[in-house]
Design a protein around this ligand. Structure first.
Ligand SMILES: [Cu+2]
Length: 467
């Protein structure tokens, strides 16, 4: 988690002076004076938390591979400026995508406010088509809900709209367009919103992370998502990043950690943490009372839902944290590969390779073979394409892609240190290892009830009621 080109606080101050990442909008200078500056982010890496220096106090969140939007106070109103625009987002090193987003990135910046804040959000449309912003989950006047045609006229290209409401309910929210919604969300238009509790001591945690689940359909070698895909997406991402492009979640040993996840894909994602149990402490509707929580290691996040999970990070190590649908931890290259398990390919591959230079079959012993082979033969991937499975750690290939990262639990980190601490140093004798020994003989257990003459009645299913 490196600080990108600009330090967050420096960025904030500079933004106020109109120096950093500011683009000029098409409105006149006079109108500009009334509208807050546009702050834009260039990099796709995790920024350190944005501590409030105006307004009421709160404990800021860390947006995974993202950032929080600076604001200005204007006569007691917290003012933000979102710009809907085409952006280039790095999905992981080696692949960039032409997406639509807000303020230079997709997802857009996280908006953080405090329960009871009066909030004003200017939204400028720099897309080639109309848009709107829906503030998913919020209590607000019906006319501020952002459903184009229903609650407001659409924001035409080049126009700026103003949304204004009180952040009434604390919790985790999202924002996304409600105009040409399928296309605009398939292009990456979304962002996170946190309304912090009025009392900063309410449900305190040491580290608080947030990200959105999103998905794209981008053919290997191309840059732009196919926007009419309904279910068959091939890039499964967290905040528009795919492993190994997703930053690790770095925490101190014994920290109470909260991770907030929102789902704006078109399918559910069972989110799974290794080495610890967590509780779901928050949903779309607010905080879950303690008496209603139970321990889990996987929680399913359905479409349009938000979940906050919390755990005590008391097991040092590098722990996998991922979606448990195995094709969601795999990148685009793997999706159209025929199954060749057990098929002797010999020199077939070479022959096909002569005809189709980018041909890459699945190996006869499994998919790993493919990764090894590609590496050995120095086989080039099409440009701008992520390998199906990637990531290397101290013991070799991790063979993951998509919705996967690690929670790195370490002793002795500084309070504000979110940097990747590198490989975990396992204590002696705590790593699984090969044993060299003669294998014992096989003894098969005998099934009970094997006497002859026992008749078994099998009732076969009929009809489709079992579906
Ligand atoms: Cu998933």
């Amino acid at each position: 988690m490196n600080l990108s080109n600009l330090n967050r606080r420096g960025f904030f101050k500079l933004a106020g002076l109109g120096l950093a990442g500011i683009a000029t909008s098409s409105v006149s200078k006079v109108a500009m004076a009334a509208i807050p500056e546009i702050v834009s982010a260039e990099a796709a890496n995790t920024q350190t938390p944005l501590h409030p220096n105006t307004g009421r106090p709160y404990n800021p969140v860390v947006t995974l591979n993202g950032w929080s939007l600076p604001w200005r106070m204007n006569k007691g109103v917290k003012e933000f400026h979102l710009v809907a625009e085409p952006v280039v987002r790095e999905i992981a090193p080696g692949m960039k995508a032409n997406l639509w987003g807000y303020n230079g990135q997709s997802p857009g910046p996280t908006i953080e406010v405090v329960e009871g804040d009066k909030v004003r959000i200017y939204v400028t449309n720099r897309l080639p088509e109309k848009t709107s912003v829906h503030w998913h989950g919020q209590r607000l006047p019906s006319g501020m809900d952002g459903v184009s045609g229903l609650s407001q006229p659409p924001i035409e290209p080049g126009k700026t709209f103003m949304y204004e409401f009180e952040a009434k309910r604390p919790g985790t929210f999202m924002y996304h367009p409600h105009a040409d919604e399928m296309l605009q969300m398939a292009m990456g238009m979304m962002g996170s919103w946190i309304t912090h509790p009025k009392n900063p001591k309410f449900m305190p945690v040491d580290r608080d992370f947030i990200f959105l689940l999103n998905a794209y359909d981008i053919d290997p070698g191309s840059f732009t998502p196919k926007v009419n895909t309904m279910l068959d997406f091939n890039l499964w991402t967290w905040n528009s990043r795919a492993f190994p492009g997703i930053d690790p979640i770095v925490v101190r040993k014994n920290d109470r950690v909260r991770i907030r996840v929102g789902n704006l894909t078109m399918t559910n994602h069972p989110i799974h943490l290794h080495g610890h149990e967590f509780e779901v402490t928050g949903t779309d509707g607010g905080w879950v009372p303690e008496s209603a929580r139970w321990p889990e290691v996987t929680t399913d996040v359905a479409v349009g839902q938000m979940r906050a999970v919390e755990f005590i990070a008391n097991e040092p190590g590098d722990w996998a944290f991922h979606c448990h649908k195995s094709h969601h931890t795999m990148n685009a290259m793997g999706h159209d590969v025929p199954t060749l398990l057990g098929v002797k390919q010999n020199d077939l591959m070479k022959k096909i390779g002569n005809l189709v230079p980018s041909y890459m079959p699945m190996g006869e012993t499994g998919m790993s073979e493919m990764t090894d082979m590609a590496e050995m033969m120095d086989m080039p991937l099409p440009d701008n394409t992520l390998p199906m499975m990637a990531g290397k750690d101290q013991f070799g290939a991790i063979e993951m892609g998509g919705m996967f990262t690690t929670v790195k639990v370490r002793e002795g980190l500084a309070k504000s240190d979110y940097k990747d601490p590198g490989f975990y140093k396992h204590p002696k004798g705590t790593v699984a290892h090969e044993v060299i020994n003669d294998l014992p003989p096989v003894s098969r257990s005998r099934p009970i009830n094997t006497e002859e003459g026992v008749e078994i009645t099998v009732r076969k299913p009929s009809g489709h009621t079992g579906h």
